[in-house]
Design a protein around this ligand. Structure first.
Ligand SMILES: [Ca+2]
Ligand SMILES: [Ca+2]
Length: 172
């Protein structure tokens, strides 16, 4: 239900007599670099590119451009699809800084900070970890991550998207 404004609103040509240039098809360079600057998801998208191949990714990206809130929901809802799974694995391994295969509280806090979830306090990060940590060993493994984190990520990504508008770097 929540809608995030997109910047995919090509204005209709005022003078149809001029030139029928299909300029709305391609985003201008300025917009692309602006997205880059705030491209929190750039590493994730690049990672998915490595896994899926550029062609697949472009197809997916073609579908998702202009509907960022849907993307956000999708990528956390579809981790059982090749794309969703690739993204989830990427997020997980990006979080796992010391590459021991699990995410500890410090890594989780760092990841949330890196994603821009500045509103999450230590207390809340602990709570998220506790909720995810089904076997109560103080660490999040991939299965625990997959069970719990998509919900958390979605909630916070939507919040982030609202804060940042559409400029989330999905357009790398
Ligand atoms: Ca780790
Ligand atoms: Ca655990």
């Amino acid at each position: 239900m929540d809608e995030v404004k997109t910047n995919e609103a090509p204005s209709p040509p005022t003078k149809a007599a001029e030139k029928p240039t299909p300029k709305a098809k391609k985003p201008p360079a300025a917009a692309a670099s602006a997205a880059h600057k705030n491209g929190l998801f750039s590493p994730i998208v690049f990672g998915a590119k490595n896994i899926l191949g550029e062609e697949n990714l472009n197809q997916i990206r073609g579908k998702v451009i202009g509907k960022h809130s849907e993307v956000i929901s999708n990528f956390v809802n579809t981790y059982d699809t090749p794309f969703g799974n690739a993204v989830a694995r990427n997020i997980f391994s990006a979080m796992d800084k010391n590459r021991d295969g699990v995410v500890d509280e410090k890594e989780l806090a760092m990841a949330f900070k890196a994603l821009g979830f500045t509103w999450l306090e230590q207390k809340q990060v602990s709570g998220i970890l506790k909720r995810a940590d089904k076997d109560e060993n103080g660490l999040i493994d991939y299965n625990e991550f997959i069970d719990e984190l998509p919900k958390t990520l979605r909630t916070n990504l939507i919040k982030l998207a609202k804060k940042n508008g559409a400029d989330l770097g999905f357009l790398v």
